[in-house]
Design a protein around this ligand. Structure first.
Ligand SMILES: [Zn+2]
Length: 307
């Protein structure tokens, strides 16, 4: 979650990426429910614990730069046995921190994208090395993506379309990693069916289990996510808005791509410990239950888009 307003220039200019009309429907119930059986809450918890054990993942800190490289090594190791998968460490001009990606090759020229940010921040201090465990924001989201990779490998999943999972650098200081990646995708005229943002996935508060952010996102794809929740998760959900460019979905939206951002709670009851040294697993009672639910949402999105 990003807390400051972006410079006005970033808000004013929208361009048009290549998106495609997509027939949103649900017809892979067998595959999705089989994949759900592999969701491993303990593994998600273990990932969040490890990834929040860096002193900070701030984009300009040595620890934050190392966290990105470690994630790259780990995602490469998970996918090493598959020649159709590329793992990528993506350097940026705007930040010393790299983004990390996994690309699974499909047999069409279309792409499906899921992402979340890997960096963290402590907004109570100007010291780049101030403690910022960022367990909720956003080790939880990267934990969802990490679990997705694990499950896709267990299922030996071979997609129809190209699938990319991104762990973006430097979201907390103005969406720097995703801005670079999304603008390059648009200038290469990348054909993207849809983009899903996972930022804040483990903090349950208020009456809604999942809240779809409905500004700077796509109306039709958001409705589709509602269908996925009703069909596969059967939990309460609703809509809310950030009112500004609050996460990396904005970078894709700005390029004209269809994007959605399912969030862990309503904004008025959001995790009060984000961006502090207290954003730890203690906040969620040392559980990853909510992140397991978000993993199922991301899995159902991936399978039902990939056809
Ligand atoms: Zn944040």
């Amino acid at each position: 979650m990003f807390k400051n307003l972006l410079p006005l220039t970033l808000i004013l200019f929208f361009t048009q990426g290549t998106t495609y009309a997509f027939d949103y429907n649900i017809n892979r119930k067998y595959d999705v429910t089989r994949a759900f059986l592999e969701v491993n809450e303990r593994r998600i918890y273990g990932f969040i614990k490890d990834f929040s054990s860096y002193r900070t993942r701030f984009h300009e800190s040595a620890d934050g730069i190392r966290a990105a490289k470690d994630l790259y090594d780990s995602w490469c190791a998970l996918t090493d046995h598959r020649s159709d998968i590329e793992c990528e460490l993506i350097p940026h001009k705007s930040t010393p921190q790299s983004s990390v990606a996994i690309h699974i090759k499909g047999s069409t020229d279309k792409h499906i994208i899921l992402g979340g940010h890997l960096d963290s921040i402590n907004t109570n201090s100007t010291d780049p090395n101030a403690p910022a465990p960022g367990a909720g924001d956003n080790a939880s989201g990267i934990g969802v993506l990490n679990e997705l990779i694990n499950i896709l490998m267990i299922k030996n999943y071979r997609p129809k379309h190209n699938i990319s999972l991104y762990a973006y650098a430097a979201e907390e200081v103005g969406l720097l990693g995703s801005e670079d990646i999304a603008s390059k995708a648009a200038s290469n005229d990348k054909k993207i069916l849809g983009v899903l943002q996972i930022d804040g996935a483990n903090y349950k508060a208020g009456p809604k289990s999942i809240v779809l952010i409905n500004d700077y996102t796509n109306y039709e794809q958001n409705k589709f996510l509602g269908m996925l929740i009703d069909n596969y998760l059967r939990v309460s959900w609703g809509y809310d808005k950030c009112g500004y460019a609050c996460s990396d979905h904005y970078s894709w939206h700005r390029q004209g791509y269809k994007t959605s951002f399912p969030f862990e709670s309503n904004l008025d009851v959001e995790n009060p410990f984000i961006h502090t040294e207290n954003d730890t697993l203690a906040v969620t009672s040392f559980s990853a239950t909510h992140a397991a639910l978000f993993t199922k949402l991301a899995l159902s999105y991936l399978y039902e888009m990939d056809k």
